[in-house]
Design a protein around this ligand. Sequence first.
Ligand code: IVH
Length: 692
Amino acid sequence: MTAIDPAARAAELRALLEEANHRYHVLDAPTISDREYDLRFRELVDLETAHPELVTPDSPTQRVGAPVEGGFPPVRHDVPMLSLGNAFGHDELREFDARVRKGLGRGADGPSVTYVCELKIDGLAISLRYEGRRFVRGATRGDGTRGEDVTANLRTVRAIPMRLREDPPADALEVRGEVYMPRGAFAALNEQLERDGRPLYANARNTTAGTVRQKDPAVTAGRRLSVWTYQLVGANGLATHSESLDLLLRLGFPVNPVTRRMDGIDQVIAFTEEWAEARRDLDYETDGIVIKVDSLADQAALGFVSRAPRWAIAYKFPAEQVTTRLEDIDVYVGRTGAMTPVAHVTPVLVGGTTVRNATLHNIDEIRRKDLRVGDTVVLQRAGDVIPEVVAAVVEARDGSERIWEMPSQCPVCGTGALREEGEVVTRCPNPYCPAQRIGGLLHFSGRGGMDVDGLGGKIMMQLVDRELVREPADIFRLDVETLESLERLGRKSAENLHRSIQAARQRPMGRIVNSLGIRHVGEQTAIDLAAWLAGEVPRGEHETEADWSRRAADRLRDASVDELTAVSGIGPVVAQGIRRFFDDEHTRDTLHRLLDAGVSAEAPTPGTSTEPATGPLSGKTLVVTGTLPGMSRSDAEEAIRDAGGHPASSVSARTDYLVAGDKAGSKLTKAESLGIPVLDEDGLRALLEGRT
Ligand code: IVH
């Protein structure tokens, strides 16, 4: 018998396993059983263990690497990962088509546009980089320009090819797509958690996001994530998007089979109707249809508006509604003392998420909808919007339902609750209420603030209860031993949390200012203040970030109301809020104490000042208020900023436009009284695109 050459056999096994992956994930036509796959995999592991020199970086056995130490390194997306505008309903799709035709110089009667329709996968956007044929880096979208390097975790996703099947058209290639957890895998995971008596996950998308950011790739590997790719970045020499999808397939990427070229918007609409129902039979969650202009030349001609392409749109499937029972209403006290009623409902699956709670906003809303405890209610959830109780099913009442009253005292500290004239919100007026303190600290450590990964409500409550944390600066003095002494925090988690706290010591000035929770100062005002500080306190040639931060903090603490009101975007109410914060003996040194604890701001580069932005809204100040139908307030503000304009939070004589959506309140009244032009979302889009 001739001895088998280990090198040849290893190569053969690698090819066989990769081919099996491709057939399973890309072609949906498996040719070997799971058992056969596992046997061959074992054989390769044994061979590579006996002959370590045979291991190649793209061997299927190398998909599960060692746990990641520290945080995930940042990745810059040279070509930003954009978002898409939304279309709710078919009228908005026709409006999109009209905009595209106009942009391409085709009149209403001109030839129709060829579109590609794809399912909008409800997962997590990722970018995959290949050099030569080899997979070298996988990253999350992050904020679109900066994501996280999650290569080790994405390697474990078997649908992602570690080697391309053909030579790529360029030396380096970037492919984008959506990683997701199949419904079957999600259900199996929750069944396992249930058997272990552990809390269940609410939905597949959040579980996917958490899984992609796991420190230990072995955990990710066990979660059976998959991927659909839909974009080839910088595809040279191709004429259409459909050709780039074909190329992706040839290179070995999974491309969703529910992808169709459509001639004109009527065909697109028929496709959305077909898939609104058919999608329920798929083994993954989808929340809409993405419609893209097929011709790449036409895409280039149409270009972008702010952070979204003009040549594509996301049609959102109609909101799903279900009925359930309103079991009780509780009051939550936030960091400003606002007492918000929250509905507890019998858990119910809506739009792929198990919903247990839904906000009821305020007592007026409860009265207007005449909701009673014990009612059967209609619950709605659209996309990633917070679930909402739409109405009570009055016919289902049997008389046992109870009318709910707002408690007259704060449920946390017992102080008498107040509701001021003309306000809809009931508040706990006690600034030392523990709920406000915890709310404030969570705001501080949350996403728009210092973004301390892993410091959530349960841990914060223990830290405050045990008086380990009284104010933000205390967080930076916690050591691993103290963290480990908390309930449900083992050594490893304590070390991880400690590491994220250290990583949060340096943040941009805007984020630090926002994290302080100054009344009326939100993300945008904090960015305005930081820009003002960068101009007011130029950084010295050899000055450290810590020294600059201190001088900037001094300047902010001492700024007068007049000086603050002169800052672009800041009105008298906000200015007074800031002054009050720095006049109150309890809060005036919060920022300085943070710096004492070793926090510093990323300082501006010495010698630079903030340049005036250019774009269609250059020099214009806009205020966005109310709910816009197709974009969130922060998206609208970001778009305004990208177009060179200035989004402000309060209306004043210096406001150029008010953009008002549904439920716009006092800002609208004020703008009208000042004679400031009021726009709706379409008006804003027209301005952003320079159409007026
Ligand atoms: S294309 C410039 N195609 O939807 C166009 N996106 O709301 C970039 N998504 O961030 C996106 N399925 O995470 C595209 N077939 C699909 C998609 C898709 C899901 C996600 C993606 C994107 C978000 C935009």
